[in-house]
Design a protein around this ligand. Sequence first.
Ligand code: PLP
Length: 364
Amino acid sequence: MKFNKVLESIKTYEAGKPIELVVREFGISPEEVVKLASNENPIGTSPAVAEVIRKNADKAHLYPDDSMFELKEVLSRKFSVEDENIIIGAGSDQVLEFISRALLNENESVLMSAVTFAMYEIYARQMGAKIVRTPSYEHKADEFLDAYNEYKPKIVYICTPNNPTGDATGKEEVLRIIEAIDNDTLVVVDGAYMEYAAAKDTKYAITPNDLLGYENVIYLGTFSKAYGLGGMRVGYGIAQRDLIKELYKMRPPFNITTLSLAAAIEAAKDNTFVKESIALHQEQIKRYETFARENGFTYIDSYTNFITYLFPDSMNSTDISDMLLKRGVIIRNLASYGMNAVRITIGTERQNDIFFKHFAEVIA
Ligand SMILES: *Cc1c(COP(=O)(O)O)cnc(C)c1O
């Protein structure tokens, strides 16, 4: 069978390996597997949210409220925007897909940093669009504007904090990029880890409201990271009304589930859980920084819930990741991004203890 030609240039997204795979392949019991590969919240899901999910279990036969009125209400209050500025997706991933389908075709290009979230490229390639990258993984305004002026891309992706590198771009730098881009190009500000960056240094804090004055900018957020709902698949886009209206045309009905919707509404109200998650994270990440310094390699200063270790030539990220996997420790190898580096989600104290024990043995 002949498939759409654009598929030839697409590599399937490689998700973090699931616990089940390690159990199956290496015979390790599930309780002993430590998964630090997909930037999930290591504490889990807030007990209040889990309770709401259980309570809604007997509504699984009902489609969710397709207007998502209540979730939009909570988000609009939280971010001081209007309901009509919000679109909900099955993860912010789905909003990225709506954006791509609404704007791209084979005559367009998209611009992103050298190393950033892999799905930007995949969604763009699905539409046949070309990919342009800046030289650096950091989002440098000068590099973005040079490339913007040369290629006039249809979409510019600013991932701050950036995944899989963990660095963030200051609000002023982001605004400098936005100000120089005209209204024919959409700027996507992906704040999947913004809660962590904002807690670390307010210079990096960007809110949807900061960007709402621009008709060609959309802010993306997710419940998958700090809110601990990766398994529920809920994210959102916030932009001016006319842009949201167009994206709505791409949306299938009932695009998140009845249980996801109930969970997200509760999670959005539960600030204590996010605060606790961040506090644990800030304490535990110090151990990763110290470990790197003591063992002769460097890391990228992180504004996210993970840390990226950069290895010297004497250490190979693929070998190290494979050896850890056989011991039941799942981390993310960044070799496919052209980096001799690994990305590790900061776990609970116990998970991190297990990680350091195995990691020390593996690199010895
Ligand atoms: C995790 C992540 C997302 C979206 O995750 P969803 O689970 O689809 O909401 C988007 N962007 C970046 C950079 C991410 O790391």
